[in-house]
Design a protein around this ligand. Sequence first.
Ligand SMILES: Cc1ncc(COP(=O)(O)O)c(C=O)c1O
Length: 409
Amino acid sequence: MQDLRWPTYAARNIVLDAAVFDDVPTGRGSMRVRDSEGKVYLDAVGGIGCLPLGHGHPRWIAAIEAQMRKLVAAAGTFYTAPQQELAAELARRVALPQARTFIGNTGTEVTEAAIKLATRATGRDMVLVFDRAFHGRTLGAIAMTANAAYRQPYVACVGEDRPAFAHMNVVRAPFGDLDATAAMFEQYGSRIAMVAVEPIQGEAGIFPASRDFLVGLRELCTRHGALLGDDEIQAGSGRTGRFLAWSTLVGDDPALQPDIVWLAKAVGGGFPIAACVTTEALAKHMVKGSHGSTFGGNPLACAAAVATLRIMDDDGLLAAAAAQRPALDAIAAEDPEPRVKQIRGLGAMLGIEIAGESQPAQPVGDAMQRLGVLVTVCSGHTIRVLLPYHAGVAELRQVWSTMRRALSA
Ligand SMILES: Cc1ncc(COP(=O)(O)O)c(C=O)c1O
């Protein structure tokens, strides 16, 4: 079938058709999809981390259907019951004092919201980010994203990455290097509005930050009057076993929390929605007219997200997600694979780095698809596994054994 979209994605040579519900236990989402030829796959892409409940969880569908009959669109100018419920559910889960939320549609949009908030709240004009970071693909977010393939074509708009400034005034330090970050503060401190960090770098190949690094960033931001921004788009929404990856890595000490947290992907259970959460004290800088979105806070999307968050709690899905990393380690120990260089990640955010030439993992990912398991490949070297949270030993075994067969193919 001819692909009529812009040619922006690597061809996968299949057309996905539908989720497969044979043998799915009652009250669960599906982990399998079929293509237009009828071939069935285990879906470890999960919309790149958007399907914590799997496909078509019945309660999630029921919540959307019910909302569809009540109110489908309202525009941000109206406050609606689903927005209120979602903001309250998020405030319960994100430990920020008197949390206030902007609801958007997609990850990069809430990265932009965070940049705008930080610059308005501090009156400063610079953002500090990290090597290998990925924060999105709109121009402000691309300026913060490290990968040259994403940013270089837009250099005229976002500026060179080094030595110091993009047009958007982004400076970059090595991920995990507190001394280098402190040196950036020495040089530009009075201009840095926000330090933005992914607690687990996703697109880069699943690299968790250390607790010391994240705590050190908190201390540097506090000392220099900058805000600390936590991009939880990929790692958050329960994927690591706590609602925020920040909580999994740093804990709950109120003195060690970020100032701005942004979420997308899994928070809608597959429905497009994103949220940027901050304190009331900071949110007040976003005065009338300073930001907005026609679809942001859409009632259907909010109802989908509220249902997703409640299902995660009711079905014990965070604990299930947390169990995935130890399960994969046990499988790898039982059935070792010498061509695997490293397993990284927490909970249901897993990366398997393949040793070898510079781009060893893409052919493995392609062969896994032919063998019936869908994965994405990050940075050319790492197979990324983003299964639904209720996936367990059986699915992880299938991923591992298929990867081993693909490596031999
Ligand atoms: C950490 C992080 N930030 C931002 C984004 C951008 O999100 P979206 O693709 O929804 O715009 C992504 C997407 O992969 C991400 O992983």
